[in-house]
Design a protein around this ligand. Structure first.
Ligand code: SF4
Ligand code: SF4
Length: 215
């Protein structure tokens, strides 16, 4: 197995993507006069799965910057989170547990948090590779604002996620190379990403033999 490591170039591109997400989000939030201030809810207990080696490696970059005691504490919380999710799933329920990185409402790895954490809240849309457009109405509080201000939700300002996601996919391709499709698919919670350790990939048979035939 070998660790998946982000180059400085890819790290710079990820930061740029995250900055673009932030400004896109802020623009829509400003237009709607929406913010999370005073919200009785906390979205960090929503159950999300993440799908790229890129964000997994970037999360670990932040995690490694924490001191050892803190890392152990977060690992312990992550193990508990996984058990709680398994219990809910065994009962046929969608898990709802606080993200192990959430500390009294604040994100421990704020700079390294994932794309989903950065986009949740405001209305958004995204065109899938098959041409279908997905519309996200935003969180319950934002939906209330939209309902008050617009006759139909489609009239509200929204964040266009397509290009940003395409850029993230571009980083993923660059990181994993042309054999991306041969590696196990990522489908993990943040807790699973931490407990498993930094992302690694099996050394492909062709690489072990020192040759790289076309596949
Ligand atoms: S995104 Fe919405 S639901 Fe989540 S904390 Fe902010 S206001 Fe509350
Ligand atoms: S990584 Fe941070 S922002 Fe994302 S769910 Fe966890 S605590 Fe919340």
């Amino acid at each position: 197995m070998k660790e998946v490591v982000l180059t400085d170039e890819l790290l710079a591109e990820i930061r740029k993507i995250y900055e673009a997400i932030e400004s896109g989000y802020d623009e829509v939030a400003r237009a709607l006069k929406f913010s999370c201030d005073g919200c009785p809810d906390n979205c960090c207990d929503s159950y999300f799965l993440h799908h790229t080696y890129t964000e997994w490696a970037y999360l670990w970059k932040g995690f490694r910057e924490l001191d050892e005691t803190r890392q152990q504490e977060l690992m312990e919380r992550s193990r508990q989170y996984i058990l709680d999710c398994e219990k809910a799933e065994a009962k046929g329920e969608r898990p709802q547990a606080m993200c192990p990185l959430n500390d009294d409402g604040r994100c421990t790895l704020y700079v390294h948090r994932l794309m989903v954490c950065r986009t949740h809240g405001v209305p958004a849309s995204m065109r899938r590779p098959d041409g279908q457009t997905l519309n996200f109405p935003g969180c319950f509080r934002c939906q209330k604002i939209v309902k008050k201000k617009f006759v139909h939700g489609s009239q509200a300002p929204h964040m266009e996620r397509t290009q940003l996601l395409q850029r993230l996919v571009g980083v993923e391709r660059e990181l994993m190379g042309e054999k991306l499709h041969l590696y196990p698919r990522v489908k993990r919670t943040i807790a699973q990403m931490l407990v498993t350790g930094p992302p690694t990939i099996p050394t492909l048979h062709c690489e072990r033999n020192g040759s790289l035939p076309n596949v």
